[in-house]
Design a protein around this ligand. Structure first.
Ligand code: ZN
Length: 458
C-alpha cells in the first residue's frame, strides 16, 4: 500500500504530493526535524493519528506532537484518555484542557449519578498522571453553563489535582460554575482557594471563576476574635504572576446576572467583590507581584426593569489602573441566534459596537487574555503565540456586518440615528464603583413604546 495514499484529505499538500514511486525511500530521506516541523503545523488530531499509524518512526514523532496539547472536550473523552493513554506519554503533555460535560446517550442525557462516578474516577486517575507531566505549561478545567444538575466537579478532586501540578506549569484556568450538590463530607470541608494559594506562586497566567472564591487564593486571612474586629489579609509572594483575571459574575438571559462570589466559609467575611478587590489592591501595593501586568476583577451588573431601555453591564475592575470600565450589553435576538450578544466598548477603547456570542463577549472584555485554539485547547494568549497555534474562529461582527447578515436592528441604533446623539456610554469610574449602563434620553425627546423614543410634545 502506498504510504501517502493512507493520509486523510486534510493532510498538508507537501505530504500529499509526494511521488507515488519509492514512498518508503522518500519518507526515509526526510529528516526527523523536517517531519516534526510538518507535524507541528496545527494538523487536526485525526491527521496526526493517521500519521502515527503510518510507520514506526512517524509513530514516535507524530505521537509526541499529538500528546503535546491534550484537549479533552467531554467527560467521556477524559475517561477514555485517563484509562487508555500509556503513562509514558504524560511527559510529552505541554498543555492540558479538560471540559466537564454532561453525557448524552442515544436515549437522552445519561443518569447524572453514573456520569458523576465516572468523572470522580477520571479525576482520581488525573491526580496521579498530572504529577508525571513534567513539561506541563498550562492547565485549564472548565464546565459549560448548562451542566446537568447533580453533576459538579468536586473541590477535593480539583484540590488534589492542583497539589500535583508540576512546578514548571505557568498557566491555570479554572472555570467551574456548578456548586456542590449532595457534596460529600470531605468535599464540604475542602477549601479550593487554599489549594490555589499553594500553586499560585509558580504561575504567570491565572483565570478563575468558581462558585465560591475568597481572598485566601492570594494570601492568609486571620481569624477574628470578636464580631467587632476585622479579619486581616496578608498577601503571599507571587514573583512570577503576570496576568490574573478573577471572574465574579457573568450575564445570563433577560439581562440578569449569575454571580460566582459566594463565601467559601460563612465565618470568613472576605468574600465579596469589595473584599477580593481590596486584597488584590493590597497585594499589588505591597509589591508582592513584581511582574504583574494585568490584575483584573471582572464583574457584571444586571439591567433594570426598564423594558426596552435596559442594558446590563460588564465591569472590568482594573486594580493596577485603579479604575473600572463599563461595557453595556444586551441580547439583541436571543430566541433567533446564538451570536446576537451586543456589547458596546468603553469610549477609551474605541466605543465600537460588537455583536458576538455571550462567551466571546466576555473574551472581548478580558481583551483576549485566554484563548481557545482550533482543536479546542484553552491557553493564555502568550502561550498560544509561543506554540504557533491559531485561535478558533470567533464570530465577532460590527454593527454594519450584523445588520447585513441578520437584517435585525435595535431600538438603540434607531434612537441614536433619530436623535443624532449617543445615548448609551461605556464609561470608566472608580475601581469599586458600580456604574450601571444608563440609557440617556436627550432633552426634547421622551419615551415611546418598546424602547423607541419620540419627539417630546413641547
Ligand atoms: Zn475561598
Amino acid at each position: 500500500m502506498l504510504l501517502c495514499s493512507r493520509l486523510p484529505s486534510s493532510t498538508p499538500t507537501t505530504l500529499r504530493t509526494m511521488p507515488p514511486h519509492g514512498d518508503q525511500e522518500v519518507i526515509s530521506r526526510l529528516s526527523n526535524e523536517l517531519l516534526l516541523l510538518v507535524f507541528n503545523q496545527n494538523l487536526p488530531s485525526a491527521t496526526l493519528a493517521a500519521c502515527a499509524q503510518t510507520c514506526k518512526s512517524w509513530n514516535r514523532l507524530a505521537t509526541a506532537v499529538l500528546y503535546k496539547h491534550v484537549t479533552l472536550t467531554s467527560t467521556r473523552k477524559l475517561a477514555s484518555w485517563s484509562t487508555a493513554t500509556p503513562p509514558s506519554l504524560d511527559a510529552t503533555v505541554q498543555t492540558l484542557t479538560i471540559c466537564v460535560t454532561k453525557v448524552q446517550t442515544a436515549t437522552g442525557p445519561e443518569d447524572p449519578a453514573i456520569t458523576m462516578e465516572e468523572l470522580r474516577q477520571s479525576l482520581g486517575r488525573l491526580q496521579v498522571r498530572i504529577s508525571r507531566m513534567s513539561e506541563l505549561e498550562s492547565l485549564s478545567i472548565t464546565t459549560p453553563k448548562k451542566l446537568t444538575r447533580g453533576l459538579w466537579v468536586s473541590n477535593t478532586a480539583i484540590s488534589k489535582i492542583l497539589d500535583n501540578v508540576p512546578n514548571k506549569c505557568l498557566g491555570l484556568e479554572l472555570v467551574i460554575r456548578n456548586g456542590p450538590y449532595q457534596a460529600s463530607a470531605e468535599d464540604a470541608e475542602s477549601h479550593l482557594c487554599v489549594a490555589i494559594r499553594r500553586l499560585i506562586p509558580n504561575l504567570q497566567f491565572v483565570r478563575l471563576a468558581l462558585p465560591s472564591l475568597c481572598s485566601e487564593c492570594f494570601g492568609y486571612v486571620s481569624s477574628v476574635d470578636s464580631p467587632a474586629s476585622e479579619p486581616i489579609f496578608t498577601a503571599v509572594e507571587l514573583p512570577k504572576l503576570r496576568e490574573c483575571i478573577i471572574i465574579l459574575a457573568s450575564p445570563k438571559l433577560g439581562n440578569n446576572v449569575e454571580r460566582f462570589d459566594k463565601p467559601c466559609n460563612p465565618d470568613v467575611s472576605l468574600a465579596s467583590v469589595n473584599a477580593i478587590v481590596e486584597s488584590l489592591v493590597s497585594l499589588a501595593g505591597l509589591g508582592k507581584a513584581p511582574a504583574i501586568e494585568k490584575l483584573w476583577v471582572y464583574d457584571c451588573l444586571p439591567g433594570s426593569d426598564d423594558e426596552g431601555y435596559s442594558y446590563g453591564a460588564f465591569v472590568r475592575r482594573d486594580v493596577l489602573a485603579n479604575k473600572s470600565y463599563t461595557f453595556p450589553w444586551n441580547d439583541i435576538a436571543p430566541l433567533k441566534r446564538a451570536d446576537s450578544f451586543f456589547i458596546r466598548m468603553p469610549e477609551e477603547e474605541g466605543g465600537d459596537d460588537m455583536i458576538t456570542t455571550r462567551d466571546n463577549a466576555a473574551c472581548l472584555v478580558e481583551r483576549h487574555a485566554w484563548l481557545t485554539v482550533g482543536n479546542g485547547a484553552r491557553l493564555p494568549a502568550a502561550l498560544m503565540t509561543k506554540h504557533g497555534l491559531h485561535e478558533q474562529d470567533c464570530p465577532v461582527q460590527t454593527r454594519t456586518q450584523w445588520f447585513e447578515s441578520s437584517k435585525i436592528s435595535t431600538a438603540l441604533w434607531k434612537n441614536e440615528s433619530d436623535t443624532g446623539m449617543r445615548l448609551l456610554h461605556g464609561e470608566s469610574g472608580d475601581l469599586l464603583e458600580n456604574r450601571p449602563a444608563v440609557f440617556r434620553i436627550p432633552e426634547s425627546w421622551e419615551r415611546g413604546v418598546l424602547g423607541f423614543l419620540r419627539k417630546a410634545e413641547l
